[in-house]
Write a protein that binds this ligand. Structure first.
Ligand SMILES: *[C@@H]1O[C@H](CO)[C@@H](O)[C@H](O)[C@H]1NC(C)=O
Ligand SMILES: *[C@@H]1O[C@H](CO)[C@@H](O)[C@H](O)[C@H]1NC(C)=O
Ligand SMILES: *[C@@H]1O[C@H](CO)[C@@H](O)[C@H](O)[C@H]1NC(C)=O
Ligand SMILES: *[C@@H]1O[C@H](CO)[C@@H](O)[C@H](O)[C@H]1NC(C)=O
Length: 269
């Protein structure tokens, strides 16, 4: 949504200034004043105990790992820095806004928080889910926000400004679970250990998607593992560029129309 500002001048003339939607509008609030930072280490993971259990791919989860390389995982931490096509069938479910070789020891911060009582956060999440999924009575009881803020790629120079900002927001009402991926700014796709060049492109580019850990029950966002994923800020399944939202409580992830995203299909529009 754009922001409008009305400026009044002594002459009583006024000027109406409107902006087009910006990266800042896509991202839920984040940063040092809201969140806990993770440690700045290459390929690191942080284990979090959820304040409530959530339904995920047909099971119940109470633990989550925030992995520096752009994924949330639920059985164990993930240090793998080169993404692969889904499904990954090792029994470790994950939600990956942008799986690639982050090195925030060079630049950037990874933040997280969870809440069951921040009313503005819960109501923003509920409004988004009601709008996108047509669930007029949905109300969120728990929201988790992880943000990769201005993170550098492995092998970039320490003064590089080629950094990415993206977010994963998990939203639950106790039985339905949704994941929202928000892309603020994507300037690189590949670390140098994954065949990437000094600009952070080429090689094996990033993957975005959700993976149950079984050989069915997963969804890859189109352009994953191609150079075009650099433009994920201009793609969406909810008519808001730079945002993807997928329902993930059942084994098969579902799109906004309730269509099951099965192996290899492209049902999520
Ligand atoms: C929300 O919950 C947290 C964690 O239990 C608590 O520290 C905080 O005071 C609560 N805030 C409000 C506004 O109730
Ligand atoms: C969660 O939301 C869905 C859709 O609005 C609703 O059908 C379901 O009953 C809700 N679950 C709980 C535990 O409130
Ligand atoms: C859910 O849990 C059952 C029992 O532990 C397990 O067999 C199954 O593979 C799990 N499903 C997923 C998607 O991990
Ligand atoms: C990304 O989008 C820009 C602007 O439309 C385009 O010029 C560029 O070729 C695209 N890059 C890739 C790798 O698709």
């Amino acid at each position: 949504m754009g922001l409008c500002v009305v400026l009044f001048f002594p002459t009583l003339a006024y000027l109406l200034l409107c902006t087009t939607p910006s990266a800042a509008d896509i991202l839920y609030p984040y940063g040092a004043s809201y969140d806990t930072p993770t440690s700045k280490v290459d390929d690191g993971s942080t284990l979090i105990t959820l304040s409530t259990s959530i339904k995920l791919f047909g099971n119940v989860s109470t633990l989550m790992h925030v992995n520096n390389n752009g994924l949330l995982s639920f059985s164990s931490g993930i240090s793998a820095y080169t993404p692969t096509h889904l499904p990954v069938t090792d029994g470790n479910p994950f939600l990956a806004p942008f799986w690639a070789d982050v090195n925030n020891a060079l630049a950037g911060d990874i933040f997280y928080r969870q809440s069951n009582n921040d009313t503005s956060l819960l109501s923003r999440a509920a409004t988004d889910i009601r709008t996108y999924f047509g669930l007029q009575t949905f109300s969120a009881t728990w929201v988790f926000v992880a943000t990769w803020s201005n993170v550098a790629f492995f092998g970039s120079s320490s003064s590089s400004t080629t950094v990415n900002t993206f977010q994963a927001v998990l939203i639950s009402n106790g039985s339905f679970t949704f994941v929202m991926f928000n892309y603020g700014n994507i300037l690189w796709t590949t670390g140098r250990g994954s065949g990437g060049d000094i600009k952070g492109t080429g090689g094996k580019p990033a993957l975005a998607g959700v993976n149950s850990g079984l050989n069915t029950g997963y969804y890859e966002i189109p352009t994953s593992l191609t150079a075009d994923i650099i433009n994920i800020t201009s793609t969406t399944n909810v008519n808001v560029n730079g945002r993807w939202v997928i329902r993930v409580d059942k084994l098969h992830p579902r799109d906004v129309n309730g269509v099951i995203a099965l192996k290899g299909n492209k049902d999520i529009k």
